[in-house]
Design a protein around this ligand. Structure first.
Ligand code: SDX
Length: 431
């Protein structure tokens, strides 16, 4: 945060208050209101945080007007095209692209933490087989704090580093185990001779009865999906992780809170909801009916996978995913996938509809990801778990940034109270 000499003057009931303005390296200036309540006795009011910066950060920058997404300054399309997920993890965690030696060391550390404590497998067996994998993952990630006591002291930089590597390394194993449990198949252990994405695909789709060869095209598509979902500034689940962490709670409990928040259909649950919507639409001739429903204020239906709080002209991740969808489905010989046809015509129809143009609604990251994941063989219930797997590095990086900030304070918002004012208790006979 560069301390500009600019300030704003707020006048309330004839009294004036100077509020400093800080200028970022990119994006809007911020009005510093930290002393406002002490000086003026008023709160600001911003439910949903549409105009509120909750922190300063150096990790990810989004320009919603331009449709730009930078991770430590590198644009997402270049990272998706030229990098790979573990290299992006290194970039998000440490702030710079690694040298070959640094990358090899990082990948080795992640690879050697992919197994989970054998006794943790018992947690899965406590769930019904038809539990949603997100319910299982939320529980098991939280339970990690019961197994990895040597990396829960947030004041020890080394323990924070170990917890970060453990989370990134073990999430694919936990997500794959949740999937195997819900389909009644045995767990598949990670393999140290496979790359991150290939390991995940094998843990999901291999069975003990036969050998499993990872399709390199699917592994590349999987890795790209991980990269495109890695981090996204102060979204709802990242803000949840930051708020939970501000109390000093251990990292595993805080990441579990992020998983729980991501599950919602307005956030990471949208990829599952989007595919279910495309299936409900079923054919291109029913698209007008659903477009009209999405515009009808009396109908709670929304086009899942459309719209975004920050992006107001394009979600650059959707652009990359749309290209990947075409490639993966063609390579899998399912380019005539009816859902992909419905998705493309729906996108085209919505983008040409005055309502969606005026509201600046267009496909977001969740619109095409589900189509690719389904083509790869995942059930819709696994879409959000894969989003959670990908976003773990973002949550951890933002957690590290906040926890290592000596000025960090516990998050404690206030409110606009609209309830009853002081009144005395009345005995039941008098009511
Ligand atoms: C993710 O924050 C992030 O960065 C999230 C994320 C990440 O990487 O972490 O990018 C991942 O969560 C992507 C978004 C996935 N969610 C969906 O696809 C669900 C459908 N989209 C919406 O629910 C909505 O667009 C949100 C939640 C994404 C954004 O909501 P906002 O910013 O609060 O906008 P809003 O609800 O105030 O909507 C503005 C207007 C409203 O109409 P009016 O009240 O002004 O008349 O647009 C309308 C809404 O009714 N609108 C939609 C719509 N989304 C908004 N109308 C139809 N279909 C939609 N999808």
């Amino acid at each position: 945060m560069t301390d500009s000499k600019k300030s704003a003057t707020l006048t309330i009931d004839g009294a004036s208050y100077d509020l400093p303005i800080h200028s970022p390296t990119a994006g809007p200036d911020v009005l510093d209101i930290r002393k406002l309540y002490a000086q003026a006795g008023v709160f600001t009011y911003d439910p949903g945080f549409t105009s509120t910066a909750s922190c300063d950060s150096t990790i990810t920058f989004i320009d919603g007007g331009k449709g730009e997404l930078l991770h430590r300054g590198y644009p997402i399309d270049q990272l998706a095209g030229k990098s790979h997920y573990l290299e992006v993890c290194y970039l998000l965690l440490y702030g710079a692209l690694p040298t070959a030696a640094q990358l090899e060391d990082f990948e080795n550390r992640v690879t050697n933490h992919t197994m989970i404590h054998e006794q943790m497998a018992n947690f899965f067996r406590g769930f019904r087989r038809d539990a949603h994998p997100m319910a299982i993952i939320t529980g098991v990630v939280g339970a990690m704090s019961a197994f990895y006591h040597d990396s829960t002291d947030i004041n020890d930089p080394w323990q924070r580093e170990v917890a970060s590597i453990r989370m990134i390394a073990k999430m694919p194993t936990i997500v794959a185990m949740a999937y195997k449990y819900t389909i009644g198949q045995p767990f598949v252990y990670p393999r140290n001779d496979l790359d991150y994405a290939s390991n995940f695909l094998r843990m999901c789709f291999a069975v003990p009865a036969e050998d499993y060869e990872v399709n390199p095209i699917l592994a590349r598509a999987m890795d790209r999906i991980f990269t495109l979902h890695a981090d996204h500034e102060q979204n709802a689940s990242t803000s949840t992780v930051r708020l939970a962490s501000s109390s000093g709670a251990n990292p595993f409990a805080c990441i579990a809170a992020g998983v729980a928040c991501l599950w919602g259909p307005a956030h990471g649950g949208a990829n599952q909801a989007c595919l279910e919507m495309l299936r409900e639409i079923g054919s291109v001739d029913r698209i007008p009916e659903f477009i009209e429903r999405a515009k009808d204020k009396n109908d709670p239906f929304r086009l899942m996978g459309f719209g975004h709080r920050v992006y107001k002209n394009v979600d650059p991740r959707a652009t990359v995913l749309k290209q990947s969808a075409d490639e993966v489905l063609e390579l899998l010989g399912v380019e005539n996938n009816p859902l992909l046809q419905v998705a493309k015509v729906l996108e085209e129809t919505a983008l040409n509809d005055p309502y969606f143009k005026e509201k600046k609604l267009f496909p977001n990251v969740d619109f095409y990801s589900g189509i690719i994941l389904e083509a790869m063989g995942f059930p819709t219930s696994m879409f959000t778990p894969i989003f959670a797997l990908s976003r773990t590095v973002g949550w951890i990086s933002q957690w590290q940034e906040m926890i290592s900030d000596p000025t960090m304070k516990i998050g404690r918002p206030r409110q606009l109270y609209q309830g009853e004012t002081l009144r005395d208790y009345t005995d039941i006979e008098e009511r």
